[in-house]
Ligand binder design. Structure first.
Ligand code: ADP
Length: 471
């Protein structure tokens, strides 16, 4: 792991295996770090902060830009590493690496546009000025579903803002983060500015959330873990960004272009085998078009090529682990017991291991686990509605508020429904919404804070007000 510019093993010397989810075979091992390693990393980040925060934004931007170039030059290697540890099809891994790089590129530039403000003073002998200061030492805890992009989406704005950072990648997928760290080092990032600690989440997380020198935590993961980390950060009142679970609705109105809706639905459902926090959880389809939509979805789902992600033509990889597979089985059982109807899939895939068949299931009702819980797998769950009002009510009937999608060709409806959905992000006539220029994040129990876009860097900046008197 990377601590203070040195590649080292864990204090205790322990190591842990990283396995290919498609085969279960060990592909590498990484240090099993604990609280002592995390403390070293926080100390290194605190020491490095003094000079990094006073570097010019232009100089910081140039290092980030070199990092971006190196990531793009190593794109194929990074994609291979990503697929080996995470399982997604290689084409998706290449796209993720490009997306990861795009955050570095974007924030290399945004760092130079951290503007302040002057405020007209209430008295003539004062001048009031608002400056932006880096928050300080930051911590990032990232998930396994986007092992590269979730790292750069946090690290790049932190570094551009003048913060230093300690990253704890997910235990299933630490290799992509470490590879990015090696490239950052080659780009000329000074020692201690970026530290990456692998190992025990509870021990490392305890330090990152408890140490008073850490001023901010950015977390992407489950709502359950997010709540716990927020609680752990309370005694030291850290700033927080929380990108948590979702329960995305995808509404197909009776006036939708059905071909376009199916295309969008496939992208928004089966990407990464359904393992993204903005993947569709509930298809809500107008009763007039439900049958046609479901039939087309089933045909497309059945045609998806399932296999090892490293094979070029594969479209669906494995699930991350056996626990994820067991969840798919129990959700399908719960739904069929309560009257849902399988159109295709619904079983373990003939590939074995953690492969699950791309599935389409209809007649789903709000009481089923498929509607209430985050599926995080390749199951398209379809329910019907009768009118716009009902669709909006069904879509909003969840504690989550990350992403929502809908298809309609009615201009007035686009605006009406778009604003009525209680979600941080709404895709209208599209299934792909995430990119580096747009604010990614949720409301309700999907968390708070935004990543990417010009808002993303604000998460790493404090407002400082200077009052100049005696004028
Ligand atoms: P998932 O269910 O998708 O694995 P988690 O929220 O458990 O989601 O994991 C997201 C990230 O949070 C991972 O890096 C994981 O190691 C980390 N994590 C999980 N539990 C804790 C904890 N108690 N303290 C710190 N980090 C944790």
């Amino acid at each position: 792991m990377l601590v203070n510019g040195a590649w080292r093993s864990a204090h205790g010397g322990a190591a842990t295996a990283v396995c290919d989810p498609a085969t279960g075979k060990k592909v590498a091992q990484v240090p099993q770090g604990d609280d002592r390693d995390a403390r070293d990393a926080v100390d290194a980040a605190a020491a490095a902060l003094r000079s990094w925060r006073t570097c010019s934004a232009k100089d910081r931007g140039q290092i980030l830009r070199r990092w971006y170039d190196l990531v793009m030059a190593a794109r194929e290697d990074l994609a291979q590493i990503l697929t080996l540890e995470q399982g997604k099809p290689i084409a998706e891994a290449r796209a993720e690496v490009a997306s990861a790089a795009s955050f570095i590129d974007w924030f290399a530039e945004e760092g130079r546009r951290v503007y302040g403000e002057t405020i007209p003073a209430p008295s003539t002998d004062q001048r009031l000025v608002v400056c932006k200061q880096p928050v300080g030492v930051c911590a990032a805890i990232t998930p396994w579903n986007f092992p590269s992009a979730m790292v750069t989406r946090k690290v790049a704005p932190a570094l551009a803002a003048g913060c230093t950072i300690v990253v704890k990648p997910a235990e299933q997928t630490p290799l992509s983060a470490l590879a990015l760290g090696a490239l950052a080092e080659q780009a000329g990032l000074p020692a201690g500015v970026l530290n990456i600690v692998t190992g025990d989440p509870v021990a490392i997380g305890g330090v990152l959330t408890g140490d008073p020198n850490v001023r901010k935590l950015s977390f992407t993961g489950s709502t359950k873990t997010g709540r716990l980390l927020m609680e752990q950060c309370a005694p030291t009142l850290k700033r927080l960004s929380m990108e948590l679970g979702g329960n995305a609705p995808f509404i197909v109105f009776e006036d939708a272009d059905l071909d376009a809706a199916v295309q969008g639905a496939l992208a928004a459902k089966y990407r990464n085998s359904g393992q993204t926090c903005i993947c569709v959880n509930r298809f809500l389809v107008h009763e007039q078009v439900a049958q046609a939509f479901a039939a087309r979805m089933a045909k497309a789902a059945e045609a998806l090529r399932v296999g090892h992600g490293c094979e070029e033509s594969v479209e669906q990889g494995p699930l991350i682990d056996a626990q994820a597979l067991a969840k798919m089985e129990s959700m399908i059982l719960d739904a069929t017991d309560r009257g849902a109807r399988l159109l295709c899939g619904g079983k373990l895939h003939a590939m074995g291991g953690t492969f699950f068949q791309p599935t389409v299931i209809t007649d789903v009702t709000p009481d089923m686990a498929l509607s209430r819980e985050e599926i995080f797998g390749p199951i398209a769950s379809i329910a019907t509605f009768r009118n716009e009002e009902e669709a909006i009510a069904m879509a909003n009937a969840t504690e989550y508020g990350l992403a929502a999608y809908f298809y309609s060709r009615d201009m007035a409806r686009l605006w009406r429904v778009g604003n009525a959905l209680e979600y941080g992000m709404v895709g209208i006539n599209t299934g792909l919404i995430a990119n580096e220029t747009a604010p990614f994040g949720g409301v309700k129990q999907s968390g708070f804070g935004r990543e990417g876009s010009r808002y993303g860097i604000e998460e790493y900046l404090d407002i400082q007000y200077l009052c100049v008197g005696g004028i």
